[in-house]
Design a protein around this ligand. Structure first.
Ligand code: NDP
Length: 314
């Protein structure tokens, strides 16, 4: 027997919890599945200083606990579990949780977010989770390195944008590019090349990041000569792209070539009526907590209208 749910929310970042707050205040009893990283990307950030309403900043994990508490206060049923498959081809929609719990949902809000890609070094993960100087978001964490020397890995538009952003805050930015050319658009490359305090290290890979609790130095490898060198920086920004967490929707929902869900202009509507998308799963441009929360609100309002129209039909 499958459980019936009126609003199923998949994902627990700012988009999912905001959708939950709105849907529960509208009288629904949404069920929110938290996914593999409860709280989403903000749980691996230190202080969040750019979310309005927190004049002294707040740490990411605490902020997400507050979001959860606020959603639960109005009746959202927040559950630990991963939605492992969905079937949007028939109505009500079907979803499977942890490959064993079957749900029937009258509407679905997708807020599965995106995950930053990492280099895969052990030191990188350790220093990213304990606030030791490794980050995947310059806008979130750049300010903590004011006046200091930092490194940015990557050569796409994200890396170019992050390097340019950091150059205004930090004394020097080392851009670590693994080939002898950049993938970023010409205009972004020009911006980087014209910024005096950005130094580009061509043909350079990161071999290791040294430091137990905070970065001491970075070991680099020249891919052409094989020569090793050391770089002294206090901040290390990984900007090698993001991957939206949308694999389970492939073949059912329209997405772009990178996997970002496509929503209709000025709405959270996907190509399936009754299925809505918000947050980073459908946004590769802004990717901020506050924009994710905004689209979460849109998704809840869209779901509410969809369900009201369904009720009128019945
Ligand atoms: P991209 O996939 O475009 O670029 C990733 C970059 O990271 C590449 O230069 C790649 O190197 C490098 N890289 C990947 N893996 C490693 C590794 N292990 N070690 C070192 N370097 C690595 O991702 P972006 O996030 O930059 O951009 C994604 C999309 O979003 C693009 O379409 C982009 O145009 C868009 N975007 C647009 C912006 C804007 O218009 N303002 C801002 C940000 C993104 P290599 O080139 O050698 O493969």
């Amino acid at each position: 027997m499958s459980e019936k749910v009126n609003v199923l929310i998949i994902g627990s970042g700012p988009a999912g919890y905001t959708a939950a707050i709105y849907a529960s205040r509208a009288g629904f009893t949404p069920v929110l599945y938290q996914g593999g990283q409860p709280g989403g990307q903000l749980t691996i950030t230190n202080d969040v200083e750019n979310y309005p309403g927190y004049p002294d900043g707040i740490n990411g994990p605490q902020m997400m606990m507050d979001f959860q508490k606020q959603a639960e206060r109005f009746g959202t049923d927040v559950r630990y579990g991963l939605v492992t498959s969905v079937d949007f081809n028939s109505y009500p929609f079907k979803a499977m949780v942890d490959e064993k719990i079957e749900l029937e949902a009258s509407s679905v809000i997708i807020s599965t977010g995106a995950s930053a890609k990492w280099l895969g070094l052990e030191s990188e993960q350790r220093l990213a989770t304990n606030g030791g100087g490794v980050s995947a978001c310059a806008v979130c964490d750049g300010f903590f390195y004011k006046g200091q020397e930092v490194a940015v890995v990557g050569a796409g538009d994200t890396a170019a944008e992050e390097a340019t952003y950091l150059s205004k805050i930090c004394s020097k930015v080392h851009m670590l590019v693994r080939r002898d050319e950049m993938r970023a658009s010409k205009i972004m490359q020009q911006r980087v090349l014209n910024t005096p305090n950005i130094e580009i290290h061509w043909n350079t890979e990161t071999k290791d990041i040294i430091g137990e609790t905070e970065i001491e130095k970075v070991i680099l490898n020249n891919t052409k000569t094989g020569e090793e060198s050391e770089l002294n920086v206090t901040g290390f920004f990984v900007a090698i792209g993001h991957k939206p967490n949308t694999d389970i929707f492939k073949g059912q929902l329209d997405m772009d070539e990178s996997g970002y869900l496509i929503t209709q202009a000025d709405s959270s509507k996907t190509n399936i009526e009754g299925v809505f998308a918000c947050g980073d799963a459908q946004d590769n441009v802004y990717r901020q907590a506050v924009t994710a929360a905004g689209t979460g609100c849109m998704a809840a309002l869209d779901a509410e209208r969809f369900l009201a129209a369904k009720e009128m039909e019945a």
